[in-house]
Design a protein around this ligand. Structure first.
Ligand SMILES: C[S@@+](CC[C@H](N)C(=O)[O-])C[C@H]1O[C@@H](n2cnc3c(N)ncnc32)[C@H](O)[C@@H]1O
Ligand code: SF4
Length: 389
């Protein structure tokens, strides 16, 4: 939250809030998100005090943005982590209520929480739904026990349909499933089984992420020691195409490189707001915010974050003001990944690459947008490099 940095422009257009919840029961070996197990947390931050700390930041942020006049109404909220559902539902609802009473929540707001299948109960889900959450995203990752074991996932795949049933009974119509492909040792048949397992849950949204071996993780150390193989690029591409075929046949269309939805209403409005470089406030340790080309981010550790707020100080760690050429670069990187494509008008020097990319079958021009072809989606990073010389 910015108090000492440059003035922040007024919010213009849709506005969302991300709430980071930095707790997990076990750290998965592949994950480098800003999250802590009870053992790792140390002194100075507790789960029990987290909601009050986050609410203190919301109140501080509201005072700061109110300097521009009316506060923007919140159209999307996303509780991510970590594992938000490690906190009691009553705490998550209190944080949501604080957003409503300070900023105001649009009556049609999308309110998502991420959840691990083994961190919910029928009662906790009902409390979230009754408290205003509209959408839930379950981290399923795989249906195959040996793949889940390599990923250090704690849940039993048999538990997933039960958690999804509870969510539906609680009234969650919007339900997403996260999957990971490319785990060392995962065969094409394993991946096919995970896709079938996900579709049997009848989600209206699926995110399928290529496994990234993040530096400094337990997974990276195991790969370096030669205990397990690094993900294979060709197999990754085959798995991406399999996912696209299977999900499309089941009526889920791609709308972003790694995201498929039943229809436009099922797309994640909060993530679309990021991909369109709109304005959002990030609450929580390490959370990033962006308003009108000014970006800022909070101190990373939950203890440092709690200390700042307990002292009535901003938890902001640093900020940057995006210059116009960086803003364009970011727009190209994000919007090229969308099904609706990249407005040709924003391309500068990269326009020269368009005929070559079209000839290679990697992009097509649809109206005044540049859209990745299926082949282009496999090589999206290379396409973006060509478009941003
Ligand atoms: C940070 S997690 C939070 C949600 C929840 N804790 C969970 O794990 O299900 C959000 C998603 O990021 C994805 N993810 C995390 N680390 C990843 C990595 N190294 N490679 C690919 N996907 C990753 C997983 O699919 C996960 O569901
Ligand atoms: S449960 Fe989710 S956030 Fe926590 S360590 Fe695993 S992938 Fe990361």
């Amino acid at each position: 939250m910015l108090t000492d940095g440059p003035p922040i422009p007024p919010v213009d257009g849709p506005f969302g809030v991300y709430v980071h919840v930095p707790f997990c029961s076990v750290r998965c070996g592949y994950c480098d998100f800003n999250t802590y197990t009870a053992d790792e947390l140390g002194e100075g931050a507790t789960r029990a005090s987290y909601a009050d700390t986050a609410i203190a930041e919301i109140e501080l942020a509201a005072r700061m943005l109110a300097a521009h006049g009316d506060l923007p109404t919140v159209e999307t909220v996303f509780f991510g982590g970590g594992t938000p559902t490690q906190l009691p539902s009553a705490d998550l609802v209190r944080v949501l209520d604080a957003l409503g009473s300070t900023f105001g929540l649009d009556p049609g707001a999308e309110v998502t929480t991420e959840a691990n299948p083994d961190s919910v109960t029928p009662a906790s889900l009902a409390e979230l739904r009754d408290g205003g959450f509209t959408r839930i995203s379950f981290g399923v990752q795989s249906a195959v026990p040996h793949v889940l074991a390599t990923l250090d996932r704690t849940h039993d795949p048999a538990r997933v349909p039960e958690a999804v049933r509870w969510a539906r009974e609680a009234g969650f119509d919007q339900l997403s499933v996260d999957l990971i492909y490319g785990t060392p040792g995962e065969s094409l048949d394993d991946w096919s089984a995970s896709l079938d397992h996900a579709l049997a849950l009848e989600p209206d949204h699926v995110s399928a992420y290529a496994l990234i071996v993040e530096e400094g993780t337990a997974l990276a150390r195991r790969v370096t020691r030669g205990e397990i193989a690094a993900p294979d690029d060709d197999l990754m591409a085959d798995k991406y195409l399999m996912a696209d075929d299977v999900l499309t046949s089941a009526g889920l269309g791609w709308y972003e490189l790694s995201n498929w939805a039943r229809d436009d209403a099922a797309r994640c409005r909060h993530n679309l707001l990021y991909w369109h470089s709109a304005d959002w406030l990030g609450i929580g340790p390490g959370a990033h915010s962006h308003v009108g080309g000014v970006r800022w981010w909070n101190v990373k550790h939950p203890a440092a974050y709690a200390q700042r707020l307990a002292a009535g100080e901003s938890p902001m760690h640093d900020h940057e003001v995006l210059d116009p050429s960086t803003s364009v670069l970011e727009r190209v990187m994000l919007e090229a990944r969308l099904r609706e494509g990249l407005p040709l008008g924003i391309l500068e020097g990269g326009r020269g690459a368009v005929p070559g990319l079209t000839d290679r079958g990697l992009v097509q021009v649809t109206g005044d947008h540049l859209v990745l072809t299926r082949e282009g989606r496999l090589l999206a990073d290379a396409v973006v490099r060509d478009l941003t010389p």
